[in-house]
Each structure stands twice: as C-alpha cells, then as structure tokens.
Design a protein around this ligand. Structure first.
Ligand code: CA
Length: 512
C-alpha cells in the first residue's frame, strides 16, 4: 500500500458513499495470530538459541520486527482485555485472571465491525463475557487434544490437535470471506504454547536426540534481590508437577495430577498409543537413572523445554499454513499479518517456568507486523512499544479513528519506517493478581517502569524495591535499589513511575 492510498483510507470515513464503494475493497485485510506464553527466546527471528521457527521468521523477513515489545500485565486474561481495549488493566476491569471484564468499552473489534469490516475471533478467549464485535466467534476449550469449540450455536467436540484445528477453522473462515466485498479482520488465538505443553502427533519425539542449551541463570539462588523472587513458586526444580507438567506416570495424588489423568483420558486410542510410544521409553529410562540434585533439575528442564518447543513448532506451522494460503490466493498483497503472544515466559531463566513478573523474559513478547507496501521488509524497530498499542494500530490500519479514551498509541508511523517526533520514553507495568495456594505461583503484586536502560519495580505487598541496569545486567541478577551510589537514579525513576501512574490514571497503584 502506498502512503497516498493510506491517506485515502484514513480519510475514508469522510468520503461520499460512491467513493466509499470504490475504495472499499482496497482497505487491507488483517490476520492477527496471537499465541499464548510464547517467549521471544523461542522465536528464531529473535535469535533463539533453542529452536527454529522458519515460518514466523519468514514473516519477519518480509515485515517489521519490534525488538522492545512489552506487555502491561504479564498474564493471560488481562493481556487479552488490554489488546481488545487499548487500555491498561485497571481501566478495562480485567486486572487478574479471576476478574470480570468491562464489556461496555469500545474494542478494536467493535470499531472495525462498525466501520464495515467482517470480523472473527477463533481460539482461546479467556474472558468471562462472550466475544463482542465479532461476526463469527469460536472459543476453544479443553487443551491440546480433541478440543470443544463453543460458538453462538452451541458447543461441539473436534477430534485432533488443537493448534491444527484452530488453524483449519481460521482458514475456513477466511475462505468464506474471499468472494465478499468487504475487508476482514481475523484474530486467531492459539491456546498453545500454554502449560501443560502437550506436543502434537507430528512432534512427539522432536529434539529427543539433542540437549537444549540451558540459560545461564538456571541455578539462580536469588541472592541480591528482594525476597519476592525466592518466594515465587515457579521453580523447575521444585514446582513442576510430575504428571501434569513432566508427563511422568500419574500418581493420582493432588489436583494437578488428577488433571493430568483427565488430559490423557481425552486422547483417542490411537493418540494414546502414539503418546505412550513417545513417552514410555523415555520415562522408563528416567526411572532407571535415579537422578538427584542438579542432574534431576537438568532432566526436568530438558523435559519441560522440549515439550514447550514442540508446541512452538506447531504454532510456527500454523503461521506457515496461513502465509501459504494468503500467497496462493493472492490475498497476501492486501493483507496485514501480525504475530504476537499474550506475554513472554520463563524458559529456565532464574530457574523458572511461567510468567507474571516484570523481569525481561515475561515482560517481553514477540511482535512482528508485515504490511505489504507499508513495512520495509526485514527491518527492526527498537522503540518501546506495548500491548496497549495494538488496538490503536489495528484501528488506524483499518482506516478507523482511534478513540481518545484508548491509552495506547498507533504503531503506524513505525510501520511506515518513520520516526515520530515524540514517543514514550518508558513503559508502565502493573501485575495485580494476588497469587496464593499450592497450585498458584505466589508472585508478589508489583508496579514498575522500564526505560531503554533501567527497570524499577516496587513489590508493594512486600514493601521491596528492585532496580536493574539492563545495559550492564541484562539477566537482572543485581538489585541496585539499596545501594547508596544509586540513590539519585532511584529517586528519579520513582518520580517517573509516579508520573506514569498519574498519566495512566491507575488509582489501584500503591502510594510511595
Ligand atoms: Ca498467557
């Protein structure tokens, strides 16, 4: 798309009806693939040392890859609410997974639908309300195999691997839109690569013959930081459940191991046989080895990370199938393609799995946009962008005015390869969820600010501050908050954090 055409599209709302009809078909389609818990370190285009993702990389080589893409609250439901509304969690109501969601707010879907787009949401939803603003919606329930799909017409079981079925649902919906006059927007929400990382039939034994590199902080002892990190129950060494997470034989004890039995009971006989064939010999070898100490932690890491990466490969295949389809049908030339995830994830950094924290592995999330004729191919953008920006971006790309009430900013200038005269110098973060209990992760609530170099976090349930110099300490191992020679920097960042709390009107933030 040329700049002139984009201008036409932006002005589209003010054109007479005949002119609207003429430009209607030229408004771009949008395919937005949103995965779950997919960390940047597991994306080839982000330099992954762990796995190849040739299809997502193909998208990156044809588009723009954001290298400083962050979330506002690193957890599933709230991330979705933020993407829909362009608002931080405290204003859209979805501050924690159990919370409600303000269903009266404008979203990218309601506004694009109102502007004439055909709209669809397929996959994980994770909000307590039914999808609004979508002509078609299909919510996935039930995990990695043989999911139940809920639509406005009811609920039905589909046999097969969820990542593949959702892709087929997406392709089928796009196929139905091809003959239409109006542009479309599809939001495909993969349930992968969320816990409990069950690989599909194609990838059950992938990586069996190799050892995946360990992160430098796998054996972190949490010294030098506040007690929040040591208290968190997300350690690979201690907090992965044998059957539920590690695919070892179920003991039948505890709710998560009972859940594991339920997950396996969903499998068909053939799926179960393939599963046993893949895991049976490996589990027997594990039992015979009688590992202890660090060797046991290393084994758990390998089991966890390999299953995670196997699920990533299925998501990558999904992107490939969609890209191939768009190429084959000629839709690619007028279709913006976005890949992102609801947050990042710990892949053994600090000895952890899971997310929630404002630490880099879960604060960051991949964001790649290919807009034919707009984004320079194979470029990167290091501006500080955040998931509050996605709704405004989708709206501007669809030629729709962004409501003043949205807190994010359109990324359109960056997509054009331009540098806006003024852009944010820091992002605001607030993790609201009160985690407690054996199956939770006990992560302390925190607010924080991240600039291009520094990060300040206030773990307000504990009264602890953490300050990191990301330039010298990218792994966030050395908390500078209590050091005398950093007092001035600490005060300056605290003041900036207060400024962000005021700017984003977060009345739920603590006083300090
Ligand atoms: Ca997630």
């Amino acid at each position: 798309m040329t700049r002139c055409l984009l201008l036409v599209l932006v002005l589209f709302g003010g054109l007479p009806l005949s002119a609207q009809t003429r430009v209607e078909r030229k408004r771009p389609n949008i395919v937005f693939v949103y995965s779950d818990d997919h960390a940047e370190r597991a994306v080839g285009a982000y330099g992954s040392p762990l796995v190849e993702t040739p299809h997502i990389d193909r998208l990156a080589s044809g588009g723009l890859r954001f290298t400083n893409s962050f979330v506002a609250n690193s957890i599933c439901g709230p991330a979705r609410a933020t993407v829909l509304t362009g608002l931080h969690s405290h204003l859209n109501g979805k501050m924690a997974n159990p919370d409600g969601f303000r269903d009266d707010l404008p979203t990218f879907a309601t506004l694009l639908q109102k502007a004439g787009y055909r709209t669809a949401m397929i996959g994980k939803w994770h909000l307590p309300t039914k999808p609004r603003g979508f002509d078609h919606w299909a919510i996935a329930h039930g995990g990695y195999y043989n999911l139940d799909i809920e639509t406005a017409d009811g609920r039905s079981r589909r046999e097969g691997y969820t990542t593949e079925i959702l892709t087929e649902e997406a392709l089928a919906w796009i196929e139905k839109q091809r003959a239409g006059e109006r542009p479309f927007v599809l939001w495909l929400n993969h349930a992968a690569v969320h816990r409990t990382w069950m690989p599909g039939p194609r990838y059950l034994t992938r990586h069996d013959e190799r050892s995946i590199p360990e992160p430098a902080t796998l054996f972190d002892d949490y010294a030098g930081r506040s007690r929040g990190a040591a208290d968190a129950q997300m350690r690979i060494a201690r907090d992965l459940f044998p059957a539920y997470d590690l695919k070892l034989p179920a003991s039948g004890e505890g709710i998560l191991d009972r859940n594991a039995t339920g997950m396996l009971n969903r499998l068909t006989e053939a799926q179960r046989a393939a599963w046993e064939s893949a895991y049976g010999p490996k589990n027997r070898a594990f039992t015979e080895a009688e590992l202890e100490g660090d060797e046991l932690v290393r084994w758990k890491y390998q089991r966890y990370i390999k299953d995670y990466l196997r699920c990533v490969s299925a998501v990558d295949d999904s992107v490939g199938r969609l890209l191939d389809y768009l190429d084959r049908t000629g839709l690619a030339d007028n279709t913006i393609f976005i890949y992102s995830s609801d947050q990042g994830f710990f892949l053994g950094e600090h000895g952890w799995y899971d997310k929630r924290w404002m630490y880099e592995p879960s604060l960051r999330t991949p964001l790649i946009v290919r807009a034919p004729g707009v984004t320079p191919a194979g470029r990167t953008c290091d501006a500080l962008v955040q998931n509050i920006d996605l709704a405004p971006t989708l709206l501007e790309m669809g030629g729709v005015d962004v409501p003043e009430s949205m807190q994010g900013r359109s990324l359109a200038p960056w997509l054009h390869g331009e540098v806006p005269a003024e852009w944010r110098e820091a992002v605001y973060y607030h993790y609201h969820q009160r985690d407690s209990g054996r199956t939770s992760h006990t992560v302390a609530r925190h607010v924080g600010i991240r600039t291009d170099r520094y990060k300040l976090m206030y773990l307000y349930d504990l009264g602890d501050w953490e300050l990191y110099d990301l330039q010298h300490d990218p792994d966030e191992m050395h908390n500078l908050a209590s050091l005398e020679d950093h007092a001035e920097l600490l005060a300056e960042l605290r003041q900036k954090l207060r400024g962000l709390i005021a700017q984003y009107r977060d009345e739920t933030a603590p006083e300090f």
